[in-house]
Design a protein around this ligand. Structure first.
Ligand SMILES: NC(=O)c1ccc[n+]([C@@H]2O[C@H](COP(=O)([O-])OP(=O)(O)OC[C@H]3O[C@@H](n4cnc5c(N)ncnc54)[C@H](O)[C@@H]3O)[C@@H](O)[C@H]2O)c1
Length: 297
């Protein structure tokens, strides 16, 4: 079996590649334009420098049985604030349509890295991901292209960057390590579900092996609710930090009262798997990596 991973040099794509590499009978090829690439070494994988917005770049990867599509532009508030809405539309929507066209041509299965998209989250990231999912549904209805859309909740772990998008754990770690006030959007009482990267990679691996046909969107998370304040305080405690919480007010495109927790019956039913790393365990796995990372700066 041959698997193409777009965005393979990113946080999630690189961890998925590492997990799949453990299986000797799966060949991987990667595609990435290095926009937010990590410096993780992926030995034994050929990686094409290319852009998902250019269909011909995807074609350069040759025929693959499965495409794991992780290339994307992230940022609930950042996309609008950085003035890159057009770019996000192009990569997240048109890039996904190119992947779907490729899957249609080669009969490949599509596994799409997506997210929860509640209707009241009116920000470019959510809007583009929802539009891309709609195209996935359309390509199944009209052309029988299978998509397993994995709706990832709050993912964290080693090799996660803190910029250009201020992801929550890297940000809490950075400010906590530097003993600076930790920035919190809204009241911090938003309810979230934190999922460790290796559990996420396992779900992608099982999706590769699955014989599901059709269009489906599945929650990927632990099902365990935590408030943002609880998470930040856990990081402070783990680091023995003196940081306090600094409330920034409302975040662009996110309602004040967010509460999103995975329905774990989804991955249980399809893959017989439920992400089970607790936040305490996950933070312990990655604490030293973040300390080393932020001490270099
Ligand atoms: N990190 C999360 O918490 C989270 C949650 C839900 C969904 N997702 C989705 O998972 C996917 C991967 O996220 P991540 O956290 O690894 O992000 P990331 O920024 O670390 O990785 C994205 C990768 O895509 C590459 N890329 C960007 N534009 C590209 C283009 N036009 N052509 C080719 N490659 C391109 C980047 O260089 C990078 O290597 C994204 O689609 C994201 O929307 C992430």
């Amino acid at each position: 079996m041959k698997v193409l991973i777009t965005g393979i040099k990113g946080f999630i794509g690189s961890h998925i590649a590492k997990r799949i590499l453990e299986e000797k009978n799966i060949e991987i090829i990667g595609l990435d334009n290095e926009y937010t690439a990590t410096d993780k070494i992926l030995d034994g994988i050929s990686i094409i420098q290319g852009d998902v917005t250019k269909y011909e770049d995807i074609e350069k990867c040759g025929k693959c049985d499965v495409v794991i599509h992780c290339a994307g532009i992230l940022g609930t508030n950042e996309i609008a604030e950085m003035g890159i809405i057009n770019m996000a539309n192009d990569v997240n929507i048109n890039g996904t349509v190119n992947v779907l066209e490729y899957c249609k041509k080669y009969g490949s299965k599509h596994i799409f890295a997506t997210k929860p998209n509640p209707k009241d989250w009116m920000n470019p990231y959510t809007i583009t991901k929802q539009a891309a999912e709609n195209y996935c549904q359309m390509y199944w209805n009209e052309y029988k292209v299978t998509t397993i859309a994995l709706s990832l909740l709050w993912v964290y772990g080693k090799e996660q960057r803190q910029e250009p998008v201020n992801k929550f754990i890297p940000t809490f770690m950075k400010y906590g390590i530097e003993n600076k006030p930790i920035p919190i959007w809204n009241t911090g009482e938003q309810i979230i579900d934190c999922c460790y990267i290796e559990d996420i990679a396992e779900v992608f691996y099982r999706a590769v092996k699955s014989d599901y046909q059709g269009y489906i969107k599945l929650d990927v998370g632990t099902g365990f609710p935590l408030t943002v304040n609880e998470v930040a305080n856990m990081v402070i405690k783990l680091l023995n930090s003196n940081s306090e919480l600094d409330y920034l007010g409302k975040r662009l495109g996110e309602p004040i009262e967010t509460a999103i927790v995975a329905d774990t019956s989804h991955t249980k039913r399809l893959f017989d798997y439920v992400p089970s790393t607790t936040l305490e365990e996950g933070l312990l796995h990655c604490r030293d990596w973040f300390i080393e990372q932020f001490s270099k700066e």
